[in-house]
Design a binder for this molecule. Structure first.
Ligand code: SF4
Ligand code: SF4
Length: 268
């Protein structure tokens, strides 16, 4: 097991301002922890047979920007975070190659357009499952991966490597409190309120809303990640009171006015 390499990757992530990094052995995909599990073709070794370890990195989406959603502001944040994730995932794979370990980065989305996603609501690899198996968090009722630092307000990419790197433990303690705020706020009722994996997002309905927002330049939706009470980011940004999202409550008028202002510009 290559402990030194693990330390080097953690140091590299710190240098790149990447706050979340986890390590999962590829064999974890072959031991289902719940059903339905990741199908064979979607597992790391089916995609890159040399894979020994999957490294998952995560970058947050800032809560006060998500709060303006749907808006051009969140749209641009989403694009920026995606670009950084892909760039950094690619760079880490190059670093591992130069260390002598064949490695590949897997892009964060893996679909060409929302229409493709509506037709086939799956991508060739699930970073959420990778992040779960790399110990970065566990699933919430909103079907997102919840993390201690950022709740569901984080996006991931994965790097497949032939290096055998010590694993991080899967997080046992569930983070989701089942408060149902994500279910209540979804404007198209795409979440059925059941815990993952019994309750799955109605992906087609969710994608249809995203498509409409995309046509107006203000995708993605993000409402179900905005309200989730999990995450230390809520404390950082002084947003621990859930009443902030009741736009009829005048106590928080300063926030509401800011969101209305941002939403009024830059989209169609
Ligand atoms: S992203 Fe929006 S439409 Fe999709 S499940 Fe969340 S709240 Fe509902
Ligand atoms: S909003 Fe509540 S129910 Fe939904 S994922 Fe977060 S903690 Fe769980």
């Amino acid at each position: 097991m290559n402990i030194t390499l693990k330390q080097k990757i953690i140091a590299k992530c710190a240098e790149l301002d990447i706050p979340l990094v986890g390590f999962a052995p590829a064999c974890r995909w072959d031991k289902p922890l719940f059903e339905p599990w990741v199908p064979q073709d979607f597992r790391p070794r089916s995609i890159f047979s040399e894979t020994q370890t999957v490294i998952v990195i995560g970058l947050p989406v800032n809560l006060p920007i998500v709060e303006t959603s749907p808006s051009i502001y969140y749209h641009e944040l989403y694009r920026t975070v995606n670009t950084l994730l892909d760039t950094n995932g690619y760079r880490i794979s190059l670093f591992l190659n130069t260390e002598g370990f064949p490695s590949l980065w897997i892009p964060r989305d893996g679909y060409g357009s929302i229409s493709s996603l509506k037709e086939k609501p799956l991508t060739f690899f699930s970073h959420r499952h990778a992040a779960f198996l790399a110990g970065l968090g566990n699933f919430g009722i909103n079907n997102m991966l919840l993390t201690e630092k950022f709740g569901p307000r984080v996006r991931f990419v994965s790097i497949f490597t032939a290096a055998d790197i010590p694993a991080d433990p899967v997080m046992e303690r569930p983070l989701c409190t089942k408060c149902m705020q994500c279910v209540d706020i979804c404007p198209v009722k795409a979440l059925d309120g059941r815990a993952y994996p019994e309750g799955l997002t109605d992906k087609k309905t969710c994608a249809t809303r995203s498509e409409a927002l995309y046509k107006s330049d203000i995708s993605p939706c993000g409402l179900c990640i905005k309200v989730c009470p999990i995450g230390e980011d809520r404390k950082l940004y002084l947003r621990e009171d859930p009443r902030i999202y009741d736009e009829d409550d005048t106590t928080f008028a300063l926030y509401h006015n800011a969101w209305k202002h941002v939403r009024s510009y830059g989209g169609r």
